[in-house]
Design a protein around this ligand. Structure first.
Ligand code: FMN
Ligand code: SF4
Length: 681
């Protein structure tokens, strides 16, 4: 049956027929190995192709020149060795009729000089980019000649690999560095008038077209309004879009609004949870109207309804749902099969992006299969063995994931939950109204468990006998943890836990000191609530900068609240003890750096965050009765085989624990445990 869903209509881009209107915009997941897109990279994109997407823009900022060293695992498109790897990736996606392009760039000042070949960083003018901190040299004529040739050679490599096209990255990098009055202070042929500021772009376009010919698709992901005082204004940005559209040298525009030179600015381009949905969609639509040219765009269009609206109202030709596909690579397939309600939602946690800026690889906070396609499936296969009775204790994120996976395997699953609601620490985190969307992590799993016929027994504090009464073949202990105090010399009984603040069981006092000796969202969430309640707050951290377990983009809204509410932040300082003096508390502070240094604060309340201690009583009581004594064979977990060793022939069931029931970690760790152990039962 032919669908009338606007999202599912084909789109003709030059000679290419894109089978629907949904794409993944370019993003570097940092899965590259030596700058090459090997198996992990290929499987990641192939999964989206399998899921029905029409176009995947691979790489993120693949680098065309050596003096644009990788900032976050970028692909080396300056190296001939990339051609066969790209060809394999393209073939894997083409098999599913998904078109494949790649974003290429010279990072300009958005990288560091102390990487790769230690070559100087350059830019149109020597204006430092705050995020990467390099002081760029002014690009010279021999650099321009060299880099223009590099672009052309890189484009040829992409064409040779059988890709369907390329796009230039032109926001925050070298190319638009020439466009922006903020970064181009030149008075030669490359500065001043718009013609001059576009000269480098024209040279690149001419060289690339000469290299790849007319037929190859060449687009540009471009800023059309830098949206800050000294930046490229909207009028000039739209004029650039018009000129590029009329040049006959590009085939599509992929529209960006904003600047990326600081973390705070970047969150406006890539909004995180709690920020507006699709904030620049109307603007992209304006550019499309002004240019009448193929227009692509992505920025927090996370749900199918908004994406459909973007196409139906003619704002876009292709809609980017990039993080949405990191969360669920099978969105289109589910839409086509009438299973839209089964789409795993992107909750905007931006764990994915924050990890790459911290030197890690992109991982979705609640889809542990993404980026691990070689070992963890997105679609869970039914077990070929006997149907087992599985009891999961705890309905937090990890327990629900384990239950979902076990049920998908075809087992009979019962979940026992002590409280009256599922969600555990995720639900606690959503008490911060700004992060309420995270409840999607829980709600999606609850809906899946409902679909799979899993029974959840709430208000059930499971003891050993309750579990044994269910005669389980497998017991999964996902009981989580309870908050613990940081080490204090005295005053354990005087402090309030961040959980009590989050849960609302203790109100913030007038004058509060919050000591975060964990470093993640837990302490920050409590701090944001306290600050927003009107209390006077000092945040104290023993770290060199606060909340180091949280990345730069997630840092932004907390810091915004802290500035707006006048929160004092004190780093490099430990809480040593707390004592009562009259109606108040004295927090004694110490330093790792200066022995004997002491500070004091007189406050009404001391709130502490130091992670959790596992709630392991049930696990310890069941352990002697289990076949495997709670053990997991880590070697086999990684390389294959039965992961539950036989340690007790008398044992009646296999048992393992996951998430914070093992040790204080995070949502992704709990969910990863849930699926990687779950697929082995
Ligand atoms: C892990 C990650 C890496 C990214 N790297 C790039 C990049 O190299 N180049 C680029 O143009 N955009 C990059 N982006 C931005 C995305 O293309 C997209 O614009 C952004 O995620 C907003 O769209 P979404 O809300 O649909 O995810 C990256 C995004 C993520 C999540
Ligand atoms: S980590 Fe968060 S923002 Fe990133 S894909 Fe997953 S749900 Fe979306």
């Amino acid at each position: 049956m032919i669908s009338n869903d606007p999202l599912l209509q084909p789109y003709q881009l030059k000679h290419l027929t894109l089978k629907n209107r949904v794409m993944s915009t370019s993003h570097e997941p940092a899965y590259s190995e030596d700058g090459m897109p090997k198996e992990r990279y290929r499987l990641y994109h192939a999964e989206k192709a399998k899921g029905g997407m029409a176009l995947t823009m691979t790489a993120g900022s693949a680098i065309v020149s050596r003096d644009s060293p990788a900032a976050f695992g970028n692909l080396h498109v300056y190296d001939d060795r990339i051609v066969p790897w790209l060809a394999e990736l393209a073939d894997a996606c083409h098999e599913h009729d998904c078109k494949v392009m790649i974003q290429i760039t010279h990072l300009g000042r958005r990288t560091g000089w102390n990487k790769a070949d230690w070559l100087p960083v350059l830019s149109a003018s020597p204006v430092r980019e705050p995020a990467h901190r390099a002081f760029p040299k002014t690009i010279e004529e021999w650099d321009i000649e060299r880099i223009v040739a590099d672009y052309a050679a890189a484009a040829q490599r992409c064409q040779a690999a059988g890709l369907d096209g390329i796009e230039f990255e032109s926001y925050g990098h070298l190319m638009d560095g020439f466009w922006s009055p903020a970064t181009n202070h030149r008075d030669d042929d490359f500065g001043g008038s718009l013609d001059n500021r576009l000269r480098f772009t024209d040279m690149v376009l001419d060289a690339v077209r000469t290299a790849v010919g007319e037929k190859f698709v060449v687009g540009i992901r471009m800023v059309a309004d830098e949206d800050f005082e000294k930046g490229l204004p909207k009028e000039e940005g739209v004029e650039i879009a018009r000129r590029l559209a009329n040049s006959g040298k590009v085939d599509f525009l992929n529209i960006i609004r904003g600047s990326i030179e600081t973390d705070a600015a970047l969150t406006k381009v890539i909004p995180v949870t709690g920020m507006r949905s699709s904030p620049h969609l109307d603007f992209a639509g304006e550019v499309r109207a002004a240019t009448k040219f193929p227009t692509f765009h992505a920025a927090r269009i996370s749900d199918v309804a908004t994406a459909r609206h973007a196409i139906a109202t003619g704002k876009l030709d292709m809609v980017g749902m990039t993080r949405a596909h990191i969360a669920d690579p099978h969105i289109i397939r589910k839409v086509m099969e009438g299973r839209e309600h089964e789409i795993r939602p992107c909750v905007g946690a931006t764990y994915c992006l924050d990890r790459i800026y911290e030197g890690g690889e992109a991982l979705c906070v609640h889809n542990a299969a993404t980026g691990r396609e070689a070992t963890i499936p997105h679609i869970i296969a039914k077990s070929e063995g006997p149907k087992k009775k599985v009891v999961v204790v705890g309905a937090g994120a990890g327990g629900l994931e384990a239950a979902r996976v076990a049920a998908e395997r075809g087992h009979q699953v019962t979940v026992l939950e002590a409280s009256s609601q599922a969600g555990g620490q995720v639900r606690l985190a959503t008490q911060n109204p700004r992060r309420k969307e995270l409840i999607g992590i829980i709600d999606w799993r609850l809906a899946e468990l409902d679909r799979l016929g899993v029974e959840i027994r709430y208000d059930t504090w499971a003891e050993k006998d309750d579990v044994l009464a269910l005669a389980p073949d497998v017991v999964i202990v996902a009981t989580g943890g309870m908050p613990q105090n940081p080490p204090l010399t005295t005053g354990d009984n005087l402090v309030t836990s961040s959980w009590d603040i989050m849960a609302g069981s203790v109100k913030p006092a007038e004058n509060v000191l919050l000591y975060d000796d964990n470093g993640g969202h837990q302490g920050m969430g409590a701090a944001e609530l306290i600050a927003n309640s009107g209390s006077k707050l000092e945040l104290v951290s023993p770290e060199r900068f606060f909340a180091p377990e949280m990345g730069g983009l997630n840092h932004v809204p907390y810091m915004r609240a802290f500035h707006e509410k006048g929160v004092t932040v004190t780093i490099n300082t430990r809480l040593r003890s707390v004592r009562r003096e009259g109606n108040q508390l004295i927090a004694e502070l110490a330093s790792d750096f200066a022995d004997g240094w002491r500070g004091e604060r007189r406050v009404d309340q001391v709130v502490v965050e130091h992670g959790t201690a596992p709630l392991d009583d049930l696990y310890l009581s069941l352990k002697p009765l289990s076949k495997n004594g709670g053990a997991v064979d880590y070697e086999r977990l990684v390389s294959g085989g039965d992961i539950f060793p036989q340690r007790n022939p008398e044992g009646g069931f296999v048992m393992f624990r996951i998430g914070d029931a093992v040790a204080s970690r995070n949502i992704h760790a709990a969910i990863y445990d849930g699926i990687r152990f779950g697929i082995r039962i």
